[in-house]
Design a protein. Structure first.
Length: 455
Protein backbone atom coordinates (compact mmCIF):
# COMPACT_ATOMS: atom_id res chain seq x y z
CA UNK A 1 0.00 0.00 0.00
CA UNK A 2 3.00 2.33 0.34
CA UNK A 3 4.09 1.71 -3.25
CA UNK A 4 3.06 3.95 -6.11
CA UNK A 5 1.73 1.75 -8.90
CA UNK A 6 1.17 2.29 -12.61
CA UNK A 7 -0.42 0.32 -15.46
CA UNK A 8 -1.90 0.66 -18.91
CA UNK A 9 -5.68 0.89 -18.45
CA UNK A 10 -6.69 0.52 -22.11
CA UNK A 11 -6.25 -2.24 -24.65
CA UNK A 12 -3.29 -1.71 -27.00
CA UNK A 13 -3.88 -0.82 -30.62
CA UNK A 14 -6.32 2.08 -30.22
CA UNK A 15 -5.85 5.71 -31.19
CA UNK A 16 -5.45 6.69 -27.54
CA UNK A 17 -4.07 4.96 -24.48
CA UNK A 18 -4.60 5.73 -20.80
CA UNK A 19 -1.96 5.06 -18.15
CA UNK A 20 -3.07 5.08 -14.50
CA UNK A 21 -0.85 5.96 -11.56
CA UNK A 22 -1.92 5.67 -7.92
CA UNK A 23 -0.12 6.00 -4.61
CA UNK A 24 1.56 8.49 -2.27
CA UNK A 25 4.13 9.61 -4.87
CA UNK A 26 1.84 9.67 -7.90
CA UNK A 27 1.92 13.46 -8.35
CA UNK A 28 5.66 14.00 -7.64
CA UNK A 29 6.64 11.25 -10.09
CA UNK A 30 4.36 12.51 -12.86
CA UNK A 31 5.62 16.07 -12.26
CA UNK A 32 9.15 14.88 -13.12
CA UNK A 33 7.90 13.93 -16.59
CA UNK A 34 5.45 16.79 -17.11
CA UNK A 35 5.67 20.54 -16.40
CA UNK A 36 3.24 20.26 -13.45
CA UNK A 37 3.78 21.50 -9.91
CA UNK A 38 2.60 18.70 -7.67
CA UNK A 39 2.22 21.05 -4.69
CA UNK A 40 -0.19 23.47 -6.35
CA UNK A 41 -2.02 21.56 -9.07
CA UNK A 42 -5.71 21.42 -8.20
CA UNK A 43 -7.65 18.20 -7.72
CA UNK A 44 -10.13 17.05 -10.34
CA UNK A 45 -8.46 19.01 -13.13
CA UNK A 46 -7.19 18.09 -16.60
CA UNK A 47 -4.02 19.58 -18.05
CA UNK A 48 -2.71 19.67 -21.62
CA UNK A 49 1.02 19.05 -21.43
CA UNK A 50 3.90 17.10 -22.93
CA UNK A 51 5.70 14.01 -21.63
CA UNK A 52 9.49 14.25 -21.55
CA UNK A 53 12.19 12.70 -19.37
CA UNK A 54 14.52 15.07 -17.49
CA UNK A 55 17.30 16.38 -19.73
CA UNK A 56 20.73 14.85 -18.96
CA UNK A 57 22.31 18.32 -19.07
CA UNK A 58 21.07 21.92 -18.90
CA UNK A 59 22.32 22.55 -22.43
CA UNK A 60 20.40 19.63 -23.96
CA UNK A 61 16.71 20.14 -24.73
CA UNK A 62 14.40 17.42 -23.32
CA UNK A 63 13.26 14.70 -25.70
CA UNK A 64 9.49 15.04 -25.97
CA UNK A 65 7.84 11.60 -25.97
CA UNK A 66 4.28 12.75 -26.62
CA UNK A 67 1.66 15.42 -26.05
CA UNK A 68 -0.91 14.30 -23.51
CA UNK A 69 -3.85 15.17 -21.30
CA UNK A 70 -3.13 14.60 -17.59
CA UNK A 71 -6.05 14.17 -15.14
CA UNK A 72 -5.29 14.76 -11.46
CA UNK A 73 -7.25 13.30 -8.52
CA UNK A 74 -6.30 13.86 -4.90
CA UNK A 75 -7.00 11.55 -1.96
CA UNK A 76 -9.52 10.61 -0.78
CA UNK A 77 -11.59 11.70 -3.79
CA UNK A 78 -10.31 9.21 -6.34
CA UNK A 79 -11.17 5.69 -7.46
CA UNK A 80 -8.51 4.15 -5.21
CA UNK A 81 -8.86 6.68 -2.38
CA UNK A 82 -5.20 7.69 -3.00
CA UNK A 83 -3.56 10.46 -5.01
CA UNK A 84 -4.09 9.33 -8.60
CA UNK A 85 -3.15 10.50 -12.08
CA UNK A 86 -4.35 9.38 -15.49
CA UNK A 87 -2.21 10.16 -18.54
CA UNK A 88 -4.13 10.07 -21.83
CA UNK A 89 -1.66 9.93 -24.72
CA UNK A 90 -1.49 8.52 -28.23
CA UNK A 91 -1.94 4.76 -28.54
CA UNK A 92 1.43 3.94 -30.07
CA UNK A 93 2.95 0.90 -28.38
CA UNK A 94 6.31 2.67 -28.34
CA UNK A 95 4.86 5.76 -26.61
CA UNK A 96 2.91 3.77 -24.02
CA UNK A 97 5.82 1.47 -23.20
CA UNK A 98 8.22 4.42 -23.00
CA UNK A 99 5.96 6.34 -20.59
CA UNK A 100 5.57 3.24 -18.38
CA UNK A 101 9.34 2.72 -18.48
CA UNK A 102 9.94 6.32 -17.35
CA UNK A 103 7.37 6.01 -14.54
CA UNK A 104 9.04 2.83 -13.23
CA UNK A 105 12.46 4.46 -13.58
CA UNK A 106 11.37 7.34 -11.33
CA UNK A 107 9.74 5.32 -8.54
CA UNK A 108 6.59 3.51 -9.68
CA UNK A 109 6.15 -0.21 -9.91
CA UNK A 110 3.89 -2.06 -12.33
CA UNK A 111 0.49 -2.86 -10.82
CA UNK A 112 -0.72 -6.41 -10.27
CA UNK A 113 -4.04 -7.54 -11.83
CA UNK A 114 -6.90 -5.83 -10.00
CA UNK A 115 -4.60 -3.86 -7.70
CA UNK A 116 -6.31 -0.51 -8.31
CA UNK A 117 -9.68 -1.99 -7.32
CA UNK A 118 -8.10 -3.85 -4.41
CA UNK A 119 -6.78 -0.53 -3.09
CA UNK A 120 -10.24 0.99 -3.54
CA UNK A 121 -11.61 -1.82 -1.35
CA UNK A 122 -8.85 -1.56 1.28
CA UNK A 123 -9.33 2.23 1.43
CA UNK A 124 -13.08 1.90 1.97
CA UNK A 125 -14.17 3.23 -1.43
CA UNK A 126 -15.94 -0.04 -2.28
CA UNK A 127 -17.01 -3.07 -0.29
CA UNK A 128 -15.97 -6.51 -1.51
CA UNK A 129 -19.20 -7.28 -3.38
CA UNK A 130 -18.95 -3.94 -5.21
CA UNK A 131 -15.32 -4.63 -6.09
CA UNK A 132 -16.35 -7.97 -7.62
CA UNK A 133 -19.09 -6.15 -9.54
CA UNK A 134 -16.38 -4.12 -11.31
CA UNK A 135 -15.04 -7.32 -12.88
CA UNK A 136 -18.59 -8.43 -13.78
CA UNK A 137 -19.27 -5.05 -15.39
CA UNK A 138 -16.14 -5.31 -17.54
CA UNK A 139 -17.10 -8.87 -18.53
CA UNK A 140 -20.78 -8.07 -19.24
CA UNK A 141 -21.78 -9.06 -22.77
CA UNK A 142 -25.46 -8.11 -22.89
CA UNK A 143 -28.06 -5.82 -21.36
CA UNK A 144 -29.12 -8.31 -18.67
CA UNK A 145 -25.61 -8.95 -17.29
CA UNK A 146 -24.81 -5.23 -17.50
CA UNK A 147 -27.94 -4.45 -15.48
CA UNK A 148 -27.07 -7.01 -12.80
CA UNK A 149 -23.46 -5.79 -12.51
CA UNK A 150 -24.55 -2.14 -12.25
CA UNK A 151 -27.09 -3.03 -9.55
CA UNK A 152 -24.36 -4.77 -7.53
CA UNK A 153 -21.88 -1.94 -8.12
CA UNK A 154 -24.41 0.57 -6.80
CA UNK A 155 -24.68 -1.42 -3.59
CA UNK A 156 -27.81 -3.52 -4.21
CA UNK A 157 -26.42 -6.61 -2.47
CA UNK A 158 -24.68 -4.54 0.22
CA UNK A 159 -27.87 -2.74 1.13
CA UNK A 160 -29.86 -6.01 1.25
CA UNK A 161 -27.29 -7.64 3.52
CA UNK A 162 -27.12 -4.55 5.74
CA UNK A 163 -30.86 -4.92 6.44
CA UNK A 164 -30.43 -8.62 7.27
CA UNK A 165 -27.46 -7.90 9.55
CA UNK A 166 -29.45 -5.25 11.42
CA UNK A 167 -32.26 -7.76 12.08
CA UNK A 168 -29.76 -10.42 13.14
CA UNK A 169 -28.00 -8.02 15.49
CA UNK A 170 -31.34 -7.34 17.16
CA UNK A 171 -31.77 -11.08 17.75
CA UNK A 172 -28.21 -11.51 19.00
CA UNK A 173 -28.23 -8.52 21.30
CA UNK A 174 -31.43 -9.66 23.04
CA UNK A 175 -30.04 -13.14 23.59
CA UNK A 176 -26.66 -11.88 24.80
CA UNK A 177 -28.36 -9.45 27.17
CA UNK A 178 -29.91 -12.46 28.87
CA UNK A 179 -26.45 -13.98 29.28
CA UNK A 180 -25.33 -10.89 31.22
CA UNK A 181 -28.07 -11.69 33.75
CA UNK A 182 -27.64 -15.47 33.67
CA UNK A 183 -27.80 -15.67 37.46
CA UNK A 184 -31.50 -14.75 37.19
CA UNK A 185 -32.74 -18.04 35.80
CA UNK A 186 -36.31 -16.90 35.13
CA UNK A 187 -35.32 -13.62 33.41
CA UNK A 188 -36.03 -13.48 29.66
CA UNK A 189 -35.50 -10.31 27.64
CA UNK A 190 -36.35 -12.01 24.36
CA UNK A 191 -39.73 -13.57 23.77
CA UNK A 192 -38.93 -16.93 22.11
CA UNK A 193 -42.06 -16.88 19.93
CA UNK A 194 -41.19 -13.44 18.53
CA UNK A 195 -37.54 -14.47 18.04
CA UNK A 196 -38.61 -17.60 16.17
CA UNK A 197 -40.90 -15.59 13.86
CA UNK A 198 -38.12 -13.07 13.15
CA UNK A 199 -35.57 -15.83 12.52
CA UNK A 200 -37.95 -17.55 10.09
CA UNK A 201 -38.50 -14.26 8.24
CA UNK A 202 -34.73 -13.76 7.91
CA UNK A 203 -34.35 -17.39 6.78
CA UNK A 204 -36.92 -16.84 4.02
CA UNK A 205 -35.08 -13.70 2.93
CA UNK A 206 -31.70 -15.45 2.78
CA UNK A 207 -33.28 -18.40 0.97
CA UNK A 208 -34.76 -16.09 -1.67
CA UNK A 209 -31.36 -14.51 -2.26
CA UNK A 210 -29.67 -17.93 -2.54
CA UNK A 211 -32.35 -19.23 -4.91
CA UNK A 212 -31.87 -16.22 -7.19
CA UNK A 213 -28.39 -17.56 -8.03
CA UNK A 214 -29.87 -20.07 -10.48
CA UNK A 215 -31.41 -17.25 -12.51
CA UNK A 216 -28.40 -14.95 -12.06
CA UNK A 217 -25.96 -17.62 -13.18
CA UNK A 218 -28.13 -18.47 -16.20
CA UNK A 219 -28.29 -14.79 -17.23
CA UNK A 220 -24.53 -14.53 -16.82
CA UNK A 221 -23.64 -17.67 -18.81
CA UNK A 222 -26.64 -17.74 -21.17
CA UNK A 223 -30.11 -19.23 -20.67
CA UNK A 224 -29.79 -22.93 -21.66
CA UNK A 225 -32.46 -23.96 -24.20
CA UNK A 226 -32.58 -27.63 -25.27
CA UNK A 227 -34.09 -28.40 -28.70
CA UNK A 228 -35.36 -31.99 -28.47
CA UNK A 229 -37.58 -34.34 -30.40
CA UNK A 230 -37.65 -37.42 -32.60
CA UNK A 231 -35.24 -37.78 -35.54
CA UNK A 232 -35.98 -35.69 -38.64
CA UNK A 233 -38.51 -33.34 -37.00
CA UNK A 234 -36.35 -30.32 -37.93
CA UNK A 235 -34.25 -29.65 -34.81
CA UNK A 236 -31.05 -28.81 -36.70
CA UNK A 237 -33.01 -26.75 -39.25
CA UNK A 238 -34.56 -24.76 -36.39
CA UNK A 239 -31.15 -24.18 -34.78
CA UNK A 240 -29.73 -22.91 -38.09
CA UNK A 241 -32.70 -20.57 -38.54
CA UNK A 242 -32.35 -19.17 -35.03
CA UNK A 243 -28.60 -18.61 -35.45
CA UNK A 244 -28.87 -17.31 -39.00
CA UNK A 245 -26.13 -19.66 -40.23
CA UNK A 246 -25.56 -23.30 -41.20
CA UNK A 247 -24.29 -24.40 -37.80
CA UNK A 248 -25.71 -27.94 -37.79
CA UNK A 249 -25.76 -30.53 -40.56
CA UNK A 250 -29.26 -31.09 -41.97
CA UNK A 251 -30.06 -34.44 -43.57
CA UNK A 252 -33.03 -36.74 -44.19
CA UNK A 253 -30.97 -39.62 -42.75
CA UNK A 254 -32.10 -40.48 -39.23
CA UNK A 255 -29.43 -40.19 -36.54
CA UNK A 256 -27.36 -37.53 -38.35
CA UNK A 257 -27.00 -35.49 -35.15
CA UNK A 258 -25.23 -37.75 -32.67
CA UNK A 259 -23.81 -35.20 -30.26
CA UNK A 260 -25.03 -31.94 -28.77
CA UNK A 261 -24.30 -28.76 -30.74
CA UNK A 262 -24.34 -25.45 -28.84
CA UNK A 263 -24.36 -21.81 -29.89
CA UNK A 264 -25.70 -18.54 -28.51
CA UNK A 265 -27.76 -15.59 -29.71
CA UNK A 266 -29.04 -12.47 -27.97
CA UNK A 267 -32.74 -11.74 -27.81
CA UNK A 268 -33.85 -8.45 -26.27
CA UNK A 269 -30.53 -8.09 -24.42
CA UNK A 270 -30.57 -11.63 -22.99
CA UNK A 271 -28.16 -14.37 -24.10
CA UNK A 272 -29.80 -17.70 -24.94
CA UNK A 273 -27.63 -20.80 -25.31
CA UNK A 274 -29.32 -23.18 -27.75
CA UNK A 275 -28.47 -26.89 -27.62
CA UNK A 276 -29.31 -29.06 -30.64
CA UNK A 277 -29.57 -32.69 -29.56
CA UNK A 278 -29.71 -36.17 -31.04
CA UNK A 279 -33.17 -37.41 -32.05
CA UNK A 280 -34.93 -39.49 -29.40
CA UNK A 281 -35.85 -42.98 -30.66
CA UNK A 282 -35.23 -46.68 -29.93
CA UNK A 283 -32.00 -47.76 -31.62
CA UNK A 284 -29.38 -50.48 -31.37
CA UNK A 285 -26.59 -48.20 -32.61
CA UNK A 286 -24.29 -47.71 -29.59
CA UNK A 287 -22.96 -44.33 -30.81
CA UNK A 288 -26.50 -43.03 -31.36
CA UNK A 289 -27.53 -44.35 -27.94
CA UNK A 290 -24.74 -42.28 -26.39
CA UNK A 291 -26.05 -39.23 -28.27
CA UNK A 292 -29.59 -39.84 -26.98
CA UNK A 293 -28.26 -40.15 -23.42
CA UNK A 294 -26.62 -36.75 -23.88
CA UNK A 295 -29.98 -35.44 -25.07
CA UNK A 296 -31.49 -36.44 -21.72
CA UNK A 297 -28.57 -34.77 -19.93
CA UNK A 298 -29.20 -31.59 -21.95
CA UNK A 299 -32.87 -31.63 -20.89
CA UNK A 300 -31.78 -31.97 -17.26
CA UNK A 301 -29.46 -28.94 -17.49
CA UNK A 302 -31.81 -26.76 -19.59
CA UNK A 303 -34.03 -24.03 -18.22
CA UNK A 304 -36.24 -24.06 -21.33
CA UNK A 305 -37.07 -27.13 -23.45
CA UNK A 306 -38.31 -26.78 -27.04
CA UNK A 307 -40.04 -30.08 -27.88
CA UNK A 308 -40.19 -30.16 -31.65
CA UNK A 309 -42.83 -32.47 -33.16
CA UNK A 310 -44.37 -33.21 -36.57
CA UNK A 311 -47.10 -35.57 -35.28
CA UNK A 312 -49.02 -36.11 -32.06
CA UNK A 313 -46.73 -37.99 -29.59
CA UNK A 314 -48.01 -41.10 -27.87
CA UNK A 315 -49.25 -40.96 -24.27
CA UNK A 316 -46.06 -42.73 -23.11
CA UNK A 317 -43.90 -40.16 -24.93
CA UNK A 318 -45.88 -37.30 -23.39
CA UNK A 319 -45.59 -38.76 -19.89
CA UNK A 320 -41.84 -39.32 -20.32
CA UNK A 321 -41.31 -35.73 -21.50
CA UNK A 322 -43.45 -34.31 -18.69
CA UNK A 323 -41.39 -36.16 -16.07
CA UNK A 324 -38.07 -35.07 -17.61
CA UNK A 325 -39.19 -31.43 -17.88
CA UNK A 326 -40.55 -31.11 -14.35
CA UNK A 327 -39.83 -27.58 -13.11
CA UNK A 328 -38.76 -26.31 -16.56
CA UNK A 329 -40.44 -24.20 -19.22
CA UNK A 330 -41.68 -26.72 -21.79
CA UNK A 331 -42.65 -25.20 -25.14
CA UNK A 332 -44.24 -27.61 -27.62
CA UNK A 333 -43.38 -26.58 -31.18
CA UNK A 334 -45.33 -28.16 -34.03
CA UNK A 335 -43.06 -27.98 -37.07
CA UNK A 336 -43.55 -28.44 -40.85
CA UNK A 337 -46.64 -26.30 -41.28
CA UNK A 338 -45.38 -25.83 -44.84
CA UNK A 339 -46.12 -29.56 -45.38
CA UNK A 340 -49.63 -29.34 -43.96
CA UNK A 341 -48.79 -30.65 -40.46
CA UNK A 342 -51.52 -29.29 -38.18
CA UNK A 343 -51.13 -30.72 -34.67
CA UNK A 344 -53.62 -29.19 -32.25
CA UNK A 345 -52.80 -28.02 -28.72
CA UNK A 346 -55.77 -29.99 -27.34
CA UNK A 347 -53.98 -33.23 -28.34
CA UNK A 348 -51.66 -32.97 -25.34
CA UNK A 349 -52.38 -34.18 -21.83
CA UNK A 350 -49.00 -33.17 -20.34
CA UNK A 351 -48.37 -29.89 -18.55
CA UNK A 352 -46.60 -27.39 -20.80
CA UNK A 353 -45.93 -23.67 -20.82
CA UNK A 354 -46.77 -22.82 -24.44
CA UNK A 355 -47.67 -24.25 -27.82
CA UNK A 356 -47.13 -22.84 -31.30
CA UNK A 357 -46.81 -23.90 -34.92
CA UNK A 358 -43.82 -23.05 -37.12
CA UNK A 359 -42.05 -23.90 -40.33
CA UNK A 360 -38.38 -24.19 -39.46
CA UNK A 361 -37.52 -24.59 -43.15
CA UNK A 362 -39.02 -21.21 -44.15
CA UNK A 363 -38.77 -19.39 -40.80
CA UNK A 364 -42.54 -19.08 -40.36
CA UNK A 365 -43.48 -18.45 -36.71
CA UNK A 366 -39.89 -17.82 -35.56
CA UNK A 367 -40.64 -14.28 -34.39
CA UNK A 368 -43.43 -15.64 -32.17
CA UNK A 369 -41.06 -18.30 -30.84
CA UNK A 370 -38.46 -15.67 -29.95
CA UNK A 371 -41.12 -13.62 -28.14
CA UNK A 372 -42.10 -16.72 -26.14
CA UNK A 373 -38.47 -17.33 -25.17
CA UNK A 374 -38.07 -13.74 -23.98
CA UNK A 375 -41.34 -13.91 -22.04
CA UNK A 376 -40.13 -16.94 -20.04
CA UNK A 377 -37.34 -14.87 -18.48
CA UNK A 378 -38.60 -12.40 -15.83
CA UNK A 379 -37.01 -8.98 -16.28
CA UNK A 380 -35.37 -7.96 -12.99
CA UNK A 381 -36.37 -4.53 -11.74
CA UNK A 382 -33.96 -2.00 -10.26
CA UNK A 383 -35.06 -3.06 -6.77
CA UNK A 384 -34.51 -6.80 -7.36
CA UNK A 385 -31.32 -8.28 -5.94
CA UNK A 386 -30.10 -11.28 -7.94
CA UNK A 387 -27.00 -13.24 -6.94
CA UNK A 388 -24.59 -13.96 -9.83
CA UNK A 389 -21.40 -14.74 -7.90
CA UNK A 390 -20.68 -18.34 -6.81
CA UNK A 391 -18.77 -17.10 -3.73
CA UNK A 392 -21.81 -15.14 -2.57
CA UNK A 393 -24.10 -18.11 -3.19
CA UNK A 394 -21.87 -20.46 -1.19
CA UNK A 395 -21.75 -17.98 1.71
CA UNK A 396 -25.54 -17.55 1.69
CA UNK A 397 -26.00 -21.34 1.82
CA UNK A 398 -23.70 -21.58 4.84
CA UNK A 399 -25.47 -18.66 6.51
CA UNK A 400 -28.85 -20.28 5.95
CA UNK A 401 -27.63 -23.59 7.41
CA UNK A 402 -26.42 -21.79 10.56
CA UNK A 403 -29.68 -19.87 10.85
CA UNK A 404 -31.73 -23.03 10.50
CA UNK A 405 -29.75 -24.55 13.38
CA UNK A 406 -30.79 -21.50 15.39
CA UNK A 407 -34.45 -21.92 14.34
CA UNK A 408 -34.34 -25.57 15.42
CA UNK A 409 -32.79 -24.48 18.73
CA UNK A 410 -35.51 -21.87 19.31
CA UNK A 411 -38.19 -24.49 18.60
CA UNK A 412 -36.66 -27.00 21.03
CA UNK A 413 -35.83 -24.56 23.85
CA UNK A 414 -32.05 -24.51 23.41
CA UNK A 415 -30.15 -22.22 25.77
CA UNK A 416 -29.44 -18.63 24.75
CA UNK A 417 -25.64 -19.00 24.71
CA UNK A 418 -25.80 -21.76 22.06
CA UNK A 419 -28.38 -19.86 20.01
CA UNK A 420 -26.18 -16.79 20.16
CA UNK A 421 -23.22 -18.76 18.75
CA UNK A 422 -25.23 -19.79 15.68
CA UNK A 423 -26.43 -16.23 15.14
CA UNK A 424 -22.84 -14.98 15.35
CA UNK A 425 -21.92 -17.52 12.69
CA UNK A 426 -24.63 -16.13 10.41
CA UNK A 427 -23.41 -12.55 10.96
CA UNK A 428 -19.79 -13.47 10.26
CA UNK A 429 -20.64 -15.43 7.12
CA UNK A 430 -22.75 -12.58 5.68
CA UNK A 431 -19.88 -10.21 6.45
CA UNK A 432 -17.62 -12.34 4.22
CA UNK A 433 -19.69 -11.29 1.19
CA UNK A 434 -19.10 -7.57 1.64
CA UNK A 435 -15.76 -7.84 3.45
CA UNK A 436 -17.24 -6.31 6.58
CA UNK A 437 -14.88 -8.32 8.74
CA UNK A 438 -11.18 -9.10 8.30
CA UNK A 439 -11.07 -11.07 5.06
CA UNK A 440 -8.23 -13.61 4.62
CA UNK A 441 -5.52 -12.45 2.21
CA UNK A 442 -5.90 -15.70 0.28
CA UNK A 443 -9.53 -14.82 -0.46
CA UNK A 444 -8.60 -11.31 -1.57
CA UNK A 445 -5.85 -12.62 -3.84
CA UNK A 446 -8.20 -15.15 -5.39
CA UNK A 447 -10.79 -12.44 -6.11
CA UNK A 448 -8.50 -9.78 -7.57
CA UNK A 449 -6.11 -11.99 -9.54
CA UNK A 450 -8.83 -12.51 -12.15
CA UNK A 451 -9.11 -8.76 -12.83
CA UNK A 452 -7.42 -7.20 -15.85
CA UNK A 453 -4.24 -5.18 -15.27
CA UNK A 454 -5.02 -1.48 -14.95
CA UNK A 455 -8.25 -2.10 -13.05
Amino acid sequence: MNDTICALATAPGGALGIIRISGPKALPIVSILCPLCCDTVAANTIHYTHIAPPSPSPSSPPEVIDEAMVSVFRAPHSYTGEDSVEISCHGSRYILNKVLELLVEHGCRMAQPGEFTQRAYLNGKLDLSQAEAVADLIASTNRATHHLAMSQLRGGISSELATLREQLLKLTSLLELELDFSDHEDLEFADRTELLALAQTIDTHIGRLANSFQMGNALKLGIPVAIVGAPNVGKSTLLNQLLGEERAIVSDIQGTTRDVIEDTIQLDGITFRFIDTAGIRHTSDQIEQMGIERTYQAIQKARIVLWLIDAVPTSAQQQDMEERCDGKHLIIVSNKTDKGVAVDDSSFSLQHSSFLRISAKFGTGLSELKKLLIATIPTPSDSDVIITNARHYEALCRAQAALQRCITGLSTGLSGDLLSEDLRDVLNILAEITGGQITPQETLNNIFQHFCVGK
